[in-house]
Design a protein. Sequence first.
Length: 247
Amino acid sequence: MKLTVAGLTVVRGGRPVLQDLSFTVPDRGILAVLGPSGTGKTTLIDALTRQLAADGDCRLDGAAIDPHRQHLAVVPQDYGLLPWYTVGQNVALPLTIGQHRKLDATQKAAVQAVMAALGIGELAGRFPNSLSGGQKQRVALARAFAQAPDLLMLDEAFSALDPVVKARAYRLFIAQWQARPVTTLLITHDLEEALALGDALLILHDGGGAVRPNPLAGVPLGARRESARYYQEVAALGREVATTWQE
């Protein structure tokens, strides 16, 4: 589904955090939203999910965004897992809440397939407090993909992982996304992550920003970090944002 945001303005704590922000994400596109702390990255998600009052027009395929009518999946930085639910129950939770009943056989099979694809099938009966950070992150991703969302939003979802675990998480995310492509907002402050996963970049600054293509968009997902141009583009983007965010 195509995401269209036009004139989005959000006031938080008495000050405007986002001001007249407009952008589009094509159907099954991945937009990396970059910004340091305080630039409105999480505020953007809160506005899209209607957790914050906002002015402006936000639509999916021409219909106003409504969490009660569309499937919006968010993977937060802290993973958002319920500690009193098992891994399997956490993954299935959005489906059971959405239909107010237990899953049927087809839905159970779909949940199990997503968990297996992300390497957490054997963790189904365990509770979140017994999992590593990387395992919790995979559970959160499985929960998001299992509900077949219309819009997927990753809010610094990989930031708490160490480099080795993060590299594996990227590979698993890419494989699952390619199997179930969905319009995605990748909220991050990590320049390497934005270039590795995004089709396009939105660099937030003073409450606004403009979308521009990812210079590595022509390189297949999963191969960008091995591209000869990767670190050259990371350095170039670093110089750009250092100037932009200091203004």
